[in-house]
Write a protein that binds this ligand. Structure first.
Ligand SMILES: [Zn+2]
Length: 258
């Protein structure tokens, strides 16, 4: 892995190219099927994101707002959103054929990549990428495409793991000889805050909120409680010192198109 000295981006080399992207997603098998379906701990994280969308969306007066979830897998986020607020019309992008047998209910899911969808300008009110942004090849082009298909005033919501948190987890993992000792191994990109700013630069945007979250945890009560407490401390600290945010398990960015 390499790290950019000026923006803190950690990235795998060789970089995934745009041309490779479609193949990578079509063949992506990194997310075990067992994690989906029914109620998982992912639903708790998604409920937090749904709440944040509600907070930052409620001043909008659109009657049937359109929400696009990129990498929607089995459509869990549609169910979580529908349970917390009415009126949204759901669309999804899911190029991974593993999920394409799912019944998405009223949501319209496109079994191709975002680029291939060729949505019109200013088409969606909310665009989300959950637990997937770090996989996106050519992230600058993707962010520009998302800002293009968002309506002015619309929200772009995505989450990333905190870099310092991953370092800490890798360190603790190696002390206790746990499984996750490879700090930066799963994704092609690990974003630090300045690298997120670099991606957004040049697009008409305003950062509405950066929310510290505990992320998805394995189903151990003490692990969940421990991480909850840890995240609470980071959350309070980050209100004073923004740089502490990088210690958060998960950061949720809410970006408004202006
Ligand atoms: Zn950089």
């Amino acid at each position: 892995m390499n790290r950019c000295d000026s923006c803190g981006l950690v990235f795998a080399t060789p970089l995934w190219t745009s041309a490779e992207a479609d193949t990578v997603f079509a063949n992506y098998r990194g997310w075990p099927e067992g994690i989906s379906g029914g109620v998982s701990d992912r639903s708790a994280g998604m409920a937090q994101i749904a709440r944040q969308i509600h907070i930052h969306w409620r001043d909008q007066a659109t009657s049937t707002p359109g929400l696009l979830d990129i990498g929607c897998a089995d459509g869990e986020f549609f169910r979580v959103m529908a349970a917390t607020q009415d009126g949204f019309q759901f669309s999804g992008v899911e190029p991974d054929p593993k999920w394409q047998h799912h019944d998405y209910g009223n949501a319209r899911v496109y079994p191709v990549t975002l680029r291939q969808c060729q949505f019109p300008d200013a088409h969606f009110d909310v665009v989300t990428i959950l637990d997937a942004f770090c996989y996106f090849p050519d992230p600058k082009a993707h962010v520009e495409e998302i800002m293009r298909i968002l309506k002015p005033g619309g929200l772009f919501v995505f989450d990333i793991p905190g870099q310092h948190y991953l370092r800490l987890r890798g360190l603790v993992g190696s002390w206790f000889r746990l499984g996750r000792t490879q700090t930066f191994a799963a994704y092609p990109y690990y974003y630090a805050h300045p690298s997120v700013l670099a991606l957004l630069a040049g697009t008409p945007h305003q950062i509405k909120a950066i929310v510290v979250d505990r992320g998805t945890v394995q189903d151990h009560p003490w692990l969940k409680a421990g991480l909850q407490g840890y995240t609470g401390i980071i959350k309070r600290g980050a209100d004073q010192f923004a740089s502490l945010r990088e210690f958060a398990p998960k950061l949720i960015y809410l970006i408004r198109k202006v």
